[in-house]
Design a protein around this ligand. Structure first.
Ligand code: HEC
Length: 125
């Protein structure tokens, strides 16, 4: 009788733990591992910038639709300095709210993703 009661208590106390795990989001936006260009950075640039910096319209000669063209930069020079987010014009522009032009500034979490990706070396990962 004593044993059954203990087993019952144990399973009840584990139940909230299981629910806690179940409601964790499958893929948090800011992960503990390295930021992925393909999974995290490219979707932001695609959604927010490609209208003016894409394969068809390249304002300032800047195409942000592929890894190679992001790293190539604009007609004036590079906009991403691998390993140095603070020196990257792209970060300066989104932080100042100058880009995306004529749109709401990027949310802080998206800027954090771009910044972390550049700081980690801006690799094609
Ligand atoms: C509605 C159009 C539009 C959108 C959307 C837009 N841009 Fe721009 N962008 C421009 C124009 C026009 C210029 C050139 C004039 C200027 O620098 O203000 C420019 C210039 C830039 C430059 C400077 C290039 C250089 O070397 O001088 C950077 C960096 C840049 N954009 C990044 C971005 C990023 C990152 C996004 C998305 C978060 C973005 N832009 C979204 C229109 C846009």
């Amino acid at each position: 009788m004593f044993r059954r009661t203990r087993a019952g208590l144990l399973s009840v106390s584990l139940l909230p733990l299981g629910i806690g795990f179940a409601i964790q989001p499958e893929e948090p936006k800011v992960q503990s591992g390295p930021v992925s260009y393909t999974r995290q950075v490219a979707p932001i640039l695609q959604a927010r910038c490609s209208e003016c910096h894409g394969a068809t319209t390249k304002e300032a000669g800047l195409d942000l639709s592929t890894y190679a063209s992001v790293m190539k930069g604009s007609e004036f020079g590079t906009v991403v300095e691998a390993g140095d987010a603070a020196a990257s014009l792209l970060i300066e522009m989104v932080t100042a709210g100058e880009m995306p032009q004529d749109a709401d500034p990027l949310p802080a979490e998206e800027i954090a993703i771009l910044r972390a990706w550049i700081a980690a070396g801006a690799t094609n990962n």
